[in-house]
Design a protein around this ligand. Sequence first.
Ligand SMILES: *Cc1c(COP(=O)(O)O)cnc(C)c1O
Length: 366
Amino acid sequence: MIPISKVQLPDEVEGLVLEVLRSGALAQGRMVEALESWFAETTGATHAIAVNSGTTALVAPLEALDLAPGAEVITSPFTFVATINAILEAGARVVFADVRLDDALIDPDAVDAAVTERTQVVAPVHLYGQMADMARLAQTADTNGLRILEDAAQAHLATRDGLVAGSGDIAAFSLYGTKNLTTAEGGMITTSDDELAAQLRILRNQGMRQRYEYVMAGHNYRLTDVHAAIGVAQLPHIDRSTENRRHNAARLSEGLVDLPGIAVLSVAANSNPVWHQFTVRVTDEARLDRDQLTVALAEHGVGSGVYYPSAVYDYDCYREHPDIDITPNPHAEQLGREVLSLPVHPHLAEGDLDQIVSTMRRFLDD
Ligand SMILES: *Cc1c(COP(=O)(O)O)cnc(C)c1O
């Protein structure tokens, strides 16, 4: 079976983790610093602040921004649930702006329409490794005096219009086990706002500025050096593995683009995604529906996945939630019914790509 994702760490991981274990200095230290430096360098942000998950990387800036009561955060209705859980945890209201059907990214026109006088933050999601239209969203933020928090959990090193993911106002990266760069669990915040960065460093460490000088009620959001070492060991390899993902995505696109009933998600001009997932829409015209196709692929050794099976709010716990504004989001709902992700991970062989394409064609070609 060709798995939908495969975690295969470089050999150096074991040595580096062992070095940390033997050093006896296990908590946040020089490995965390090395990982932070890499994020600051590659994004061009002045500051990178490591935390213990991608979810925390979203929560912490929202807490540090000290939003007004009733503050609204506009985000995508088609995302992983952590995006909205983070907004709720920070005490803000979730407002949705629908995504575009062709690329599953937040629609800047919908964001403009969703802005009210209570809006304080726009939180676009760089879904599947393609950046949202940050140039357009920055204009909206400027016009309305809003902050931008990029959910870059799936988008390490993605670029669009000359901007790199994490180079904007504030960004949150995940380092979870299956993300393009991993520490098993972990997260990273990037920003060039000096004051916010200082607040975040204090917030993650129990609100402590100097030893036993507490200036706010903080948290323990720290990443360990044991975990950071896992990530640091991958840094020399990440350009190569990102290139592999791009190569694989190009092969899949080429092989599937004309297939009846399949709509490959579009990539904007001047956009260079990092292909956390390669996703197509299985439309009404397809000879098999999505569930049948998934089963047929599995029977022929091709793994696949549905990210995500519905709009993010379409669960009882959110539908009735007092802090979520649910408006109709027809594109998110349609994508929930149609999306299917195929293996694109960096360890695919050319033969695997041939097999994925030929199996799809076998079941869907006229
Ligand atoms: C993975 C992910 C998160 C959360 O990251 P964790 O490290 O799992 O907490 C947030 N948003 C999106 C879009 C993600 O894919």
